[in-house]
Ligand binder design. Structure first.
Ligand code: AHR
Length: 508
């Protein structure tokens, strides 16, 4: 029996903001050096930016890029990365026990972002940093001139302000691992006072306060309540961070990670709405899910990288967090991204963490090639086809019990794009054995034509893309049959992630 999906024109969750398809580049491992930036690489442009990497970032249609961290930012002085390169100090990076040469700083990031068409999302240091340093950073970046820091930017060769709109007020300050970690009330106050200064300098900016770094911390979700009660009026978004891994070793638990993400978002929504009511506010706090991905923390060689050899400490661009993604990881990521879309009424921004080399869809060899990791493909599908308005859908999907509770065996999202007159339907089949028949009723869109089916399927679960075999895991376009077309009924393979495109006349 086919599972019936009903989608109705006008029955939308919300607009999917372009900022849902952001990513993240931190000064960590080889994300910057030999990632996006490598002077002397055969593909490097006149600034030293790797164009082979930039081309793939553009293929992913990445909207925002969060920078410069991450844990790195909590010990970073942004002034170290501006001005003549030969005068920039070489520093110790406390977060990743690395050497930071500061060859690449905020000006280079601005130039890179401008050139390759991504919107910067900048983080300020609330670890070792002060509220005033954050204010100076906004002044340097966004004011036209006539003040010390805005004129300093001009002296550094940037006549026009950078105009950064999105700012993270610190990073994961709830994490005991964070440089100068704070308690919730301490962070709330520091964030509030920092936010006041930053918005006095430039009232047009949008601020993201640090929410919980993971649901695993004992402070979750109390942290979020306390922080919001302290700085609700000053900030525009609360961040969520979460990495997912195969922690129980059970396939269905890992594939069901999307339920955990969904529960997290619902808890933060509820917490934010509680604070809204308590403060008698009219403002809805939006969510920036600005770190998510699969990250197999347990068993990753980076954990003992520094213990293995003391000489590994404080080197430039060490090979940290270079996770090799599998076909299974790509399926899990597809499910997670559907969850972001289904919550787009509150999740207005998101960043896949990260973009290049460090737990990333793009992987480079220093002075060599670049490949697409398996997770490149689900991100690309959502980013390219998942823009428009997210449709609510009705379907009676069978559930299984997983570590997350009741888990639907199909996780999906639907997005209507009015310009293209197209509905994109994304679906993950978690079932390990069962092909599922899905039949669609698309109500109120006029004549409907199923035009394409792309599928990520039929691979060994642990298959990876490597430099030797870069196309071991790639999606395939599956021809749409006449029967599928006539009945709008399709077959979804077990353990597969799929994209269906429907051409429609438009909202009737
Ligand atoms: O993305 C890797 C790290 O994970 C980031 O630096 C930090 O914010 C998170 O803990």
């Amino acid at each position: 029996m086919a599972i019936k999906y009903l989608l109705q024109a006008g029955n939308y969750i919300s607009t999917v903001e372009d900022t849902l398809y952001g990513s993240f580049v931190e000064h960590l491992g080889r994300a910057v050096y030999t990632g996006i930036y490598e002077p002397g690489h055969p593909s490097a442009d006149e600034h030293g930016f790797r164009t082979d990497v930039a081309n793939l970032i553009q293929e992913l249609k990445v909207s925002t890029v969060r920078y410069p961290g991450g844990n790195f930012v909590s010990g970073y002085n942004w002034l170290d990365g501006v001005g003549p390169k030969e005068q920039r100090p070489v520093r110790l990076d406390y977060a990743w026990l690395s050497k930071e040469t500061n060859e690449f700083g905020i000006g280079e990031f601005y130039t890179w972002a401008q050139k390759f068409g991504v919107e910067p999302m900048v983080a300020v240091n609330l670890g070792t940093g002060t509220p005033q340093e954050a204010g100076y950073f906004v002044e340097y970046s966004n004011l036209k001139g006539g003040t010390y820091y805005s004129d300093l930017r001009k002296q550094h060769g940037y006549e026009k302000p950078f105009g950064f709109k999105y700012w993270c007020v610190g990073n994961e300050m709830d994490g005991p691992w964070q440089t100068c970690h704070l308690e919730a009330d301490e962070y709330g106050r520091k964030a509030r006072e920092t936010a006041k200064i930053m918005k006095w300098v430039d009232p047009s900016i949008k601020l993201v306060a640090c929410g919980s770094a993971t649901t695993n911390l004992p402070s979750y979700p109390e942290w979020d309540r306390v922080v919001l009660e302290t700085c609700y009026d000053q900030v525009d978004y609360l961040s969520c961070h979460h990495y997912f891994e195969n922690s129980t070793g059970k396939l269905e638990d890992f594939l069901g990670s999307y339920v955990r993400m969904d529960n997290f978002i619902h808890t933060i929504k509820a917490t934010a709405d509680f604070v809204k009511a308590k403060l008698r506010s009219n403002k809805d706090m939006m969510i920036s899910f600005d770190e998510y991905n699969i990250w197999s923390i347990e068993g990753e060689p980076w954990m003992d990288f520094f213990d293995r050899d003391p000489n590994n400490r404080f080197t430039k661009a060490p090979p940290l967090l270079e996770q090799h993604y599998t076909f299974l990881d790509a399926l899990v990521l597809g499910g997670l991204m559907c969850t972001l879309v289904n919550n787009c009424d509150r999740v207005k921004m998101a960043s896949l963490a990260q973009l290049v080399n460090v737990i990333a869809p793009i992987y480079t060899q220093p002075n060599g090639a670049v490949i697409k990791q398996t997770i490149f493909y689900p991100f690309k599908w959502l980013s390219v086809y998942g823009r428009g308005k997210a449709l609510r859908y009705f379907a009676n999907v069978p559930c299984i019990e997983t570590v997350h509770g009741q888990t639907k065996t199909l996780q999906s999202a639907a997005v209507y794009n009015d310009e293209r007159k197209e509905i994109a339907f994304f679906v993950l089949n978690l079932d390990q054995h069962q092909t599922q028949d899905l039949s669609f009723t698309l109500d109120g869109f006029g004549k409907v034509e199923l035009t394409a089916h792309h599928e990520l399927a039929d691979c060994p679960l642990l298959a990876q893309n490597t430099f030797a075999e870069p196309n071991a895991v790639v999606p395939h376009e599956v021809p749409v049959t006449k029967a599928e077309q006539d009945s709008l009924t399709v077959q979804v393979k077990p353990l597969s992630f799929n994209l269906y495109l429907f051409k429609v006349e438009g909202e009737q």
